[in-house]
Design a protein around this ligand. Structure first.
Ligand code: MRU
Length: 360
């Protein structure tokens, strides 16, 4: 066994303490992220429709986490199915796939996770073999997610220096994945490499993933983090308080267009104005090599997320609301995209193609 393997194993053990999703005794166990940071509550589901509801209501969120949740959802659907033939089981799975897929339209990892399980199911020779291989594949996807993030962290850490102050938006951490995180994984790996860093986290209105989740996670890991309102991004950058930005992604096109939490685009624009490098960290499962920008559906969420704060009304009745969950950052604003196989730099059509080739 080489030293690398030992280190990776040890690190996996440490970071498994904050596991967002797990499979235990034929049930899916998740941290209920709507309760954070006030309470650490675990929920257990045995019905795939409950998993679909958990994805829709943000009990579980973050692109890689919902990809694995979708896979576990199909594993539950397989166990729930009373089908006596392979054809009927595949039909039951297809119905579950559709229900799970319709929960959130922008993060491409969901379609990726569901597609992977459906492929495995179609290859199975009988219903018992299909059920067994679906569960095994979904569990393996959860394990792989943590390892992928740690590899991404190793690549990304090279881009950050001692005394950097790194701005991040939303939550692209352990809670947005199965463990360790993408953008926060790179931050964790930078700290683990011995560099002294600070983090500035945006609150991320209206659902507050930055204050509720990113701040919670980084404090849990003893990383120096300051919280700012989303409206203070320009102030922080203009005062020289930020040296680099890193965010996660819900979908990245072959052209390098990045879809991420609403507000990412304006942060990227301000970073360019202040000549601050703007990085994106995402696994290859977040890339959508087929779609063009006009094909991507931006999820629109309910008005009450904007018209209330902590359950209290903060806007007049019947006000019109525009509440997109994501926006698109064009490739000219992105300094680099960190993945598990390496870092893509502009021009993206070529460098992204190379990343996928190097995986083979
Ligand atoms: O609406 P959310 O909380 O699911 O949005 C999450 C994000 O936008 C994350 O930045 C993205 O999924 C990357 S997570 C590693």
């Amino acid at each position: 066994m080489n030293n690398n393997a030992i280190t990776l194993k040890q690190k996996l053990k440490i970071h498994s303490s904050l596991r967002t999703i797990d499979w235990k005794n034929n049930a899916v166990v998740m941290i209920d992220q709507t309760k954070l940071p006030n309470r650490l509550v675990f929920v257990k589901y045995k019905d795939y429709k409950d998993v679909a509801n958990a994805i829709r209501t943000l009990v579980v969120r973050g692109a890689p986490a919902i990809g694995v949740s979708g896979a576990f959802g199909l594993a539950l659907a397989a166990l729930q199915s009373k089908a006596k033939t392979k054809e009927k089981l595949l039909a039951d799975l297809e119905q579950a796939r559709r229900i799970l897929f319709e929960t959130r339209p922008t993060a491409v990892n969901l379609a990726w996770g569901l597609g992977k399980i459906m492929d495995v199911a179609k290859k199975g020779k009988d219903i018992w073999a299909i059920k067994k291989s679906i569960i095994q594949t979904a569990k393996k996807m959860a394990e792989d997610d943590v390892q992928t993030n740690m590899k991404m962290g190793k690549h990304g850490a090279k881009l950050f220096e001692n005394n950097d102050t790194i701005m991040t938006h939303c939550n692209a951490g352990a809670l947005a994945t199965v463990g360790y995180g993408t953008a926060l994984g790179v931050i964790r790996a930078t700290k683990e490499s011995g560099k002294k860093i600070k983090v500035i986290a945006t609150e991320t209105r209206p659902v507050m993933q930055g204050s509720r989740l990113t701040a919670f996670e980084l404090k849990h890991d003893d990383i120096d983090v300051s919280l700012i309102p989303d409206t203070a991004v320009g102030y922080a950058m203009s005062k020289g308080l930020v040296t680099k930005v890193i965010v996660g992604a819900d979908r990245i096109l072959r052209t390098g267009h990045v879809y991420n939490k609403i507000g990412t685009y304006q942060i990227a624009l301000m970073a360019q104005q202040h000549k601050i490098p703007f990085y994106v960290a995402a696994p290859l499962s977040t890339f959508d090599l087929k779609s063009n920008p006009e094909d991507v559906i931006i999820e629109q969420r309910k008005a009450s997320e904007v018209t209330t704060v902590a359950g209290k009304k903060t806007a007049p009745d019947d006000i019109g609301v525009i509440n997109p969950a994501f926006d698109m950052t064009p490739p000219n604003l992105v300094t680099g995209i960190i993945t598990e196989t390496g870092i893509a730099k502009p021009p993206y059509p070529e460098s992204i193609k190379k990343l996928f080739k190097s995986r083979l």
